[in-house]
Design a protein around this ligand. Structure first.
Ligand SMILES: [Fe+2]
Ligand SMILES: [Fe+2]
Length: 153
């Protein structure tokens, strides 16, 4: 299939970027919550963790393997992504196991936000441009990602 700006706008990268913006917004909302509002904090933190888990799963199962096999000189950046995901998963697991009122809860969420901000920057500035220059069919890949995402929810 031929690539065009139009198909790109609904394709894999547009989808992944939309997830990134959604999670960034949720982290921003988290920062605005009142200090003692543990119920809302826990709710929003769990939502962020669940969204990130789905996002990382589709990247690891579908997007990253395609980038590795079809994009030149992308192995290192994909491997870095995999290792950064693993780091985020440690914090996600800890946050999910907490109640929200613990002393380190906010700090864990804030450190996760920082890690994700760094990771997203690398994907969007280093990895995605390489993919956009390649022959990967982003529209087909986007459909595959969408399907997997609905299976994960
Ligand atoms: Fe991502
Ligand atoms: Fe990622």
């Amino acid at each position: 299939m031929k690539k065009s700006a139009d198909t790109d706008s609904q394709g894999a990268i547009a989808l992944l970027k939309a997830d990134h913006r959604e999670v960034e917004d949720a982290f921003e909302q988290y920062k605005k919550l009142a200090d003692g509002d543990y119920t809302k904090k826990k709710q929003l933190a769990d939502h962020i963790c669940d969204e990130l888990t789905v996002h990382m799963t589709v990247e690891e199962e579908i997007f990253y393997p395609t980038v590795k096999s079809e994009v030149n000189d992308a192995d290192d950046i994909v491997n870095e992504g995999i290792v950064e995901h693993a780091g985020a998963k440690v914090l996600i697991k800890e946050i999910k196991a907490m109640k929200g009122d613990e002393e380190l809860f906010d700090t864990k969420v804030n450190v996760l936000a920082e890690q994700i901000e760094h990771h997203v920057k690398e994907e969007e500035e280093d990895m995605f441009p390489k993919v956009q220059k390649s022959k990967v069919d982003l529209l087909a890949l986007g459909k595959e990602i969408e399907q997997r995402k609905s299976g994960l929810r």
